[in-house]
Design a protein around this ligand. Structure first.
Ligand code: F6R
Length: 241
């Protein structure tokens, strides 16, 4: 595990975007695993900047997002579909047919989850997975529990995640209680993983990871320490508290 401490949010975003840029230059048809939330917004902004300056070409890139709320339309302003289009895909030269965000309105959700994993495999597997981390140690929507899912699955969100994510909705009652998420195996199969965290709220969980916590399904992020190419990029607030 490598830990990079950036001065602030902007520097963290630049470092992450630079890693992605290098990987895209090495493999212009790479499969990129993406996350939503507040953390990666600056990284998407940096990547759009590279595209606008003619330094990156996304036309052959394939993306898979980690998760989506169950029951939200793609157009719903709080859906992860909408977030990805609005924050990133609409501003670069990626074909929307090459982007994949789980469909929270799929008819048969269980079958859909299996299809999602099959599709990732068919496309050659994820080359680089971008992650954020929940204050409770979740990655994707793999919430702390006695057992964790291997494959893409439907999961119940914890009260704390619902509360934290209610800032993206008009009221907490609107936050869906279930979501589709890539499972632990899907994430761990990525050839390279980068995880970003910024701000004081993330300091307790980052401190535990950086201090070499024990593995526990009660903190799904701890399993990433088993990955052979795992980089954490944090700002000073998340690092020092
Ligand atoms: C989002 C995701 C989540 C977030 C995490 C942190 O696709 O998978 O695990 O990365 O909840 O969210 P923010 O970045 O909003 O603090």
């Amino acid at each position: 595990m490598e830990v990079i401490v950036a001065r602030d949010y902007d520097e963290m975003s630049r470092v992450a975007a630079n890693i992605i840029k290098d990987e895209i230059i090495k493999k212009p048809d790479m499969v990129l695993g993406l996350a939503t939330g507040s953390t990666p917004k600056g990284m998407y902004r940096e990547l759009i900047g590279y595209y606008n300056r003619g330094e990156l070409d996304f036309s052959n890139i394939i993306t898979f997002n980690l998760d989506e709320y169950v029951g939200l339309d793609k157009e719903h302003p709080s859906s992860y579909h909408h977030f990805m289009n609005d924050i990133f895909f609409d501003h670069i030269n990626i074909g929307l047919e090459n982007t994949h965000v789980p469909d929270g309105k799929a008819q048969n959700l269980e079958e859909y989850c299996k299809q999602y994993d099959r599709l990732i495999k068919e496309k050659g597997g994820i080359d680089l997975q971008v992650l954020g981390v929940g204050e409770n140690g979740h990655i994707g929507f793999n919430e702390p529990d006695e057992e964790l899912n291997m494959d893409t699955s439907i999961v119940e969100l914890t009260e704390s995640t619902i509360e934290v994510n209610s800032r993206f909705f008009e009221s907490i009652d609107e936050v869906p209680k279930t979501a589709i998420t890539m499972g632990m195996n899907g994430i761990m199969q990525a050839r390279k993983i980068i995880l970003m965290a910024n701000g004081k709220r993330k300091a307790p969980i980052i401190r535990r990871i950086v201090n070499g916590m024990k593995l526990t399904t009660r903190l799904p992020v701890s399993l990433l320490m088993l990955h052979h190419d795992f980089t954490i990029i944090v700002d000073e607030e998340a690092y020092n508290g």
